[in-house]
Design a protein around this ligand. Structure first.
Ligand code: ASP
Length: 292
């Protein structure tokens, strides 16, 4: 069930994903539309000469605010019914910021960005991440403010044993971009896996696993079984011209599945998945398209 697409070089490009998984067929168009809105927000930054780093943050904020996706508003719930957020952002010069297992905040990606700008540490976890965020002026959110009815229903079904991971819809979000100045950046944000253990950290906040950017090789954001992406250090090792094969190798080695998006320094781009669905959208100086 591997599906992949490659795009030729362009002057600027942003590619976003709204999570690999198995979104019911009748809902896939909605997810693709949400991705396109996010990619357009990022493309507006790139078109006016803005930085790839600003573009990926802008795109991920749109997805975090969209209740359809498992990040920010709509984030999934852990085994205690609570929200613990993972997010990271990196630019091609090597600057990075991340938060892991962080209590509810509306836009975790902007707190990761604040860590990148602050520069003292790359990653903050749990209550230390919340303290860092509040020191930087971010307002703490309640679980109720970010918890959607759909996420709560899904959590209850899993808790009651009425659903297995089979129908799990994913919904992690990510963006990769190349700007007019030739820089790349990547951002990934998620609530993680539904009913995950308290304190579990996935691939999304881990530089090199779920997120990576290097102006020499490109930028990558991943989605799917986080443990598989961690164990294969996926995002740092993937390449634009081998993305589908990189995923297959991960699955052969770990049995985990998922999807990834990639932009190369020349503005070429690719996505690949070996799950039933992965919503995505690409906007460049020549193309705008979305799918799932
Ligand atoms: N990769 C995420 C995690 O393991 C989940 C996802 O992509 O949907 O936390």
């Amino acid at each position: 069930m591997t599906s992949a697409r490659a795009y030729p070089p362009s002057q600027f490009v942003i590619l976003v994903h709204g999570g690999a998984g198995d979104v019911p067929a009748e809902r896939r168009a909605l997810h693709a539309e949400g991705c396109l809105r996010a990619a357009e927000a990022g493309a507006a930054v790139l078109k006016s000469g803005g930085a790839a780093l600003d573009a990926v943050e802008a795109a991920v904020r749109v997805l975090e605010d969209d209740p359809l996706f498992n990040a920010g508003t709509g984030a999934c719930l852990n085994e205690d019914g609570l929200i613990e957020l993972d997010a990271s952002i990196m630019d091609g010069t090597g600057r990075a910021g991340a938060v892991a297992a962080m209590p509810p905040f509306k836009n975790a990606i902007s707190i990761a960005r604040a860590a990148l700008e602050d520069g003292r540490h790359v990653m903050y976890a749990a209550h230390g991440a919340a303290r860092f965020a509040m020191q930087k002026g971010f307002e703490r959110a309640t679980v109720e403010a970010l918890r959607t009815d759909a996420a709560f229903q899904r959590w209850k079904e899993l808790r009651d044993g009425r659903a297995s991971e089979k129908g799990w819809a994913g919904g992690t979000v990510g963006a990769v971009a190349r700007d007019l100045h030739g820089h790349v950046a990547a951002a990934t944000s998620t609530g993680g896996m539904m009913d995950k253990a308290a304190g579990r950290v996935g691939d999304s906040p881990l530089i090199g696993a779920g997120n990576f950017a290097d102006d020499a090789t490109g930028a990558c954001s991943t989605t799917g079984h986080g443990e598989a992406f961690i164990r294969t250090v996926f995002a740092a090792r993937a390449r634009v011209d081998s993305l589908a094969a990189d995923l297959e190798r991960m699955t052969a080695r770990t049995a985990g599945r998922g999807g990834a998006i990639f932009v190369a320094p020349d503005g070429s781009a690719a996505w690949a998945r070996n799950t039933a669905s992965m919503s995505y959208a690409l906007v460049s100086d020549t193309t705008a398209e979305s799918g799932s």
